[in-house]
Design a protein around this ligand. Structure first.
Ligand SMILES: NC(=O)c1ccc[n+]([C@@H]2O[C@H](COP(=O)([O-])OP(=O)(O)OC[C@H]3O[C@@H](n4cnc5c(N)ncnc54)[C@H](OP(=O)(O)O)[C@@H]3O)[C@@H](O)[C@H]2O)c1
Length: 368
């Protein structure tokens, strides 16, 4: 099955020969094969298998070849691996990477990219040593931001940015309350800090074991929940979150809820809203949000949105507006990213298990 992903050695040579006429820089140091973590059959974490002789992708004009230093692990990777979200088999897992440009092409060079540039990006196929990346997808990383931290920004950081900047359709104003679930976890640890930078008052929820991380986000109020016995997940029945939210907001509720937990929090989220507030349901860490009647929103004339990152990075300008602001906050020390764990590339299955167990208190990365 792996051979389906392979180009023949002859094809690879032809593509390399074409490339040689474009740019010689870095060419000599690029091997013909690489290590990659490949899924040939969907299933549990051990569906991720090491292919140590995977062909290095050939690049076409307008692309660059990135020598990856890090790949980020995201929940969506586990959905691809398990088959919840369908992909053609076999595939190299991952959709977040960071490294240095090893080869360029004329169109990429015309856009200002050169060999050695430090970049991060989001495309499919990143659990591997080299990725062919369209230059339009590249985010240049400033010198004062490390590649580990920058790679961590690509999905969770950019997601947090659009959640607190745009997904709420400006139905919340600075000085008003928002509720963010799971602020001890990945995306929402960022979202809480960014919501504060945007001037909102933030109520966070967190499990006891992630309380320290939750507090470090600077939430105005933190609701600390017990864990579901035998797990590290928040038990949303252990505290009456809606009651606490109404106490904190003097009975008004919050103008925006940011919810990546899904099934276990949907009722809390809707019931915590203020009049004409918005429920931003961006994820399903505890399971998919069940269908509910629209009439349910009438009580508060509430809004609901189910956004995704792709629709908030629609072009290069929008992508760079987000990444540049994030890198500026990081460089100025206004935003902190905790890299929780770094696994070797061939330990990607362990990294998936760790994420799926809900244990992460920050970004989980692969060191390539
Ligand atoms: N729409 C988008 O643009 C977008 C972008 C990125 C991610 N997402 C989605 O958002 C969700 C969260 O992603 P993330 O990257 O923030 O993940 P994460 O870093 O692992 O955080 C998820 C949090 O959910 C909490 N949680 C509660 N119940 C859980 C359960 N039953 N299983 C696992 N976790 C549980 C955990 O906190 P506690 O341990 O404190 O409970 C954990 O901190 C995922 O569904 C992901 O696919 C969507």
């Amino acid at each position: 099955m792996l051979s389906m992903l392979r180009v023949s050695p002859a094809q690879a040579l032809i593509k390399r020969a074409n490339f040689a006429s474009w740019s010689q820089r870095g060419l000599a140091s690029v091997p013909s094969t690489m290590k990659a973590m490949v899924v040939s059959q969907v299933g549990p974490a051990d569906a991720l298998k090491l292919d140590s002789k995977h062909p290095v992708p050939a690049i076409s004009d307008g692309q660059v070849l990135v020598k990856n230093e890090f790949a980020g692990i995201n929940f969506i990777d586990t959905y691809h691996r398990s088959g919840l979200y369908k992909r053609d088999l076999p595939f190299i897992c991952g959709q977040e990477g960071g490294g240095y440009i090893a080869q360029t092409t004329p169109k990429a060079e015309a856009q200002g990219f050169k060999v050695g540039d430090k970049v991060v990006y989001s495309i499919l196929q990143t659990y591997c040593e080299y990725s062919a990346v369209p230059s339009a997808k590249l985010q240049p990383v400033p010198d004062n931001v490390g590649l580990d931290v920058a790679t961590s920004c690509v999905v969770q950081g950019m997601t947090a940015h659009y959640l607190v900047s745009d997904a709420h359709a400006q139905l919340i104003k600075p000085g008003e309350w928002c509720l963010i679930h799971g602020v001890g976890g990945g995306t929402c640890q960022w979202a809480a800090q960014m919501a504060k930078l945007r001037g909102y008052k933030v109520i966070g929820t967190t499990s006891k074991s992630k309380e320290a991380v939750g507090r470090s986000t600077g939430c105005d109020e933190l609701i600390v929940l017990d864990e579901v016995p035998g797990t590290s997940y928040e038990d949303y029945t252990s505290v009456d979150v809606v009651k606490r939210v109404l106490e904190i907001t003097n009975g008004v509720g919050v103008k925006c809820v940011v919810d990546g937990i899904g099934k276990n929090t949907v009722d809390i989220s809707i019931d915590s809203l203020a009049r004409r507030g918005i429920f931003v349901s961006f994820g399903n860490a505890s399971g998919a949000v069940p269908a509910f009647p629209v009439l349910r929103l009438i009580n508060k004339s509430a809004y609901v949105t189910r956004p995704k990152l792709l629709d908030y990075t629609t072009d290069r300008q929008e992508m760079l507006y987000r990444s540049n602001e994030i890198f500026k906050w990081l460089g100025d020390g206004k935003l902190k990213v905790s890299v929780d764990k770094v696994y070797a590339l061939d330990k990607a299955a362990e990294a998936h298990e760790y994420l799926e167990a809900g244990k992460s208190t920050g970004k989980v990365l692969l060191k390539i």
